[in-house]
Write a protein that binds this ligand. Structure first.
Ligand code: 9MG
Length: 275
């Protein structure tokens, strides 16, 4: 399946790794490491050399408990990095944002994918993404990052999230975003308990019934800490296990911090899956 990302087409016949490039002082496992544009660009180039097909640049932390940053600050963080990577890497550049003004500026600076944890629900976001012509990632989140992990509740977690994503696909279609520009994401860890996350991972195949590629982000997440008793810096092996299981269960894009290890794991999982 080809994903239309503005000027690029991304082939998802084999799973693709989306490398995480947080340009933030406070992201939960790599906050502050790539605040300077030169270091961030070098890390983006290194991740493409390790096999990332997408580089996801974020200037506002989305970890549980994160507080908002001003849009001007978000733009100040991400634009030099996108400009520094555009034309220098083959990977599709992604902007991790919910704000329409950031979507517009990031796409003008070379982004071909909008990764939105709010699934384009902020006023003006659908229109900004539609006009940009780029691909969009629609993620489910219950609540907001500041409070989402306090007491997540669902009547039926898989069905509720599937229905939410079906509604957002419909909203995209109505806004003029063609289906071949859209991927969906159940949003592991965004307003979900460990049991919710495990259930979603087991039943990931349900989301493929919506007819769009499935993106997952499991890398270094707190469920690994809860299951294994590991701090954020000790979650590589748990992350790799989850990435492989997600691909076996149908994931097309895996968002990851540790690109080289994840690329190997998803290649093996894809061979076993038979894609
Ligand atoms: C920005 N971000 C953090 N975790 C994520 C996840 O699981 N999916 C997507 N699409 N984005 C994420």
């Amino acid at each position: 399946m080809l994903l239309r990302c503005g000027g690029h087409s991304l082939d998802l016949a084999r799973p693709v790794v989306m490398g995480v490039l947080n340009v933030t002082p406070d992201s939960f496992s790599d906050g502050g490491r790539f605040l300077r544009p030169r270091e961030a660009v070098a890390h983006g180039i290194a991740m493409t050399e390790e096999g990332a097909g997408i580089i996801d640049v974020g200037g506002a932390s989305t970890r549980p408990g994160a507080v908002d940053v001003a849009p001007e600050e978000e733009l100040r963080r991400v634009l030099p990095v996108l400009e520094g990577l555009a034309g220098r890497v083959d990977a599709v550049l992604s902007i991790d944002t919910s704000r329409p003004e950031v979507i517009r500026a990031a796409c003008a600076a070379g982004a071909g994918f909008v990764n939105d944890i709010r699934a384009l629900r902020l006023p003006g976001a659908l229109e900004a993404a539609a006009e940009s012509g780029v691909a969009v990632g629609l993620m489910h989140m219950q609540g907001e990052p500041r409070t989402m992990q306090l007491e997540p509740r669902y009547r039926e977690v898989v069905t509720e999230i599937r229905d939410f994503l079906a509604g957002r696909l419909q909203a995209c279609a109505s806004a003029g975003i063609a289906a071949d520009r859209v991927v969906i994401d159940p949003g592991f860890g965004f307003g979900k308990s460990v049991e919710h996350n495990l259930r979603l991972l087991r039943e990931l195949g349900v989301f493929r019934e919506l007819g769009r590629p499935v993106l997952v982000g499991l890398s270094r997440k707190s469920m690994i800490g809860r299951l294994l008793g590991r701090e954020a810096g000790e979650r590589l092996y748990g992350s790799i296990a989850l990435a492989a299981i997600a691909v076996l269960n149908g994931a097309a894009i895996v968002r990851a911090h540790d690109v080289a290890a994840t690329v190997d794991a998803v290649r093996i999982a894809a061979e076993v899956r038979g894609s």
